[in-house]
Design a protein around this ligand. Sequence first.
Ligand SMILES: [Zn+2]
Length: 280
Amino acid sequence: MTVAISSGHGLHVPGARGLIDEVTEARRVTDRVSAILRDTGVRVNAFHENTARNQRDNVNAIVRHHNNLQRDIDVSVHFNSVAGGTRDAGIGTEVMYRTGNATTRPVASRVARAIAGASGLILRRGDGTFPSTAIGFLNNTNISCAILIEVCFVNSHTDVRLYQAHFEAICYAIASAIIGRAISPPAVAPITPDLPPMNDTAAYEEDDMTQAKFNIMFDIAMNAYLAGVATRNQAPNDFNNAVNRGLISDVRQDEPVNRHALGAFGNRLVEAVLRETNAK
Ligand SMILES: [Zn+2]
């Protein structure tokens, strides 16, 4: 099987912008899904459009690229947005598909359900699929199976939080659903970070670090690292940004948290994770 996958919009043709930027995130998802598929032996052609200066040229270039390939499925990766600014409520994921071929809708449905199952994103419109008649990519690519994934909404806090927390699982879900068989992430050896004792108030500046908080934060740090969000140099910043964006709201629901203490803890935690991972 050969998969042709591309990110929506282009380097000079912006997509939706909100809490996250559609073009940036569509490229991340496209690249990660491609890498997962390649690792499992599937032939993949991944494409990002980098030269067009307007929407029409951009869509035409993407379609032209796909149509020049031998492939079994065309996939376009997008993020959606709604009018009216940012909101807390989740809006969800959905996958549009080309009509006129009976095999395409089940593929769209499989991808949408996989994303929802991996992340907790809502299936928009009930089943997460939508037949499209007005999307250039779906109308003009010239094989029967074409889908356009709207991973989530860039202006929903809930959607963005779920997307960021489950990035890796979402990419595995998309890759698996595209080819119709499960791909499991490689097993990761358990990591015991080299951290000061949890009751070391000097190390953490404040003795409010319960085991529950530790577990949640460690998971976030590990997910960020495994998803490639965290690199050696930017990990502490990423972690602090995650704290400030409310990605650890699970913690805050229980009790007030001193952000400064969390930030200091986050730095130490991520450093420890990276140290442990790199040592292996
Ligand atoms: Zn888009």
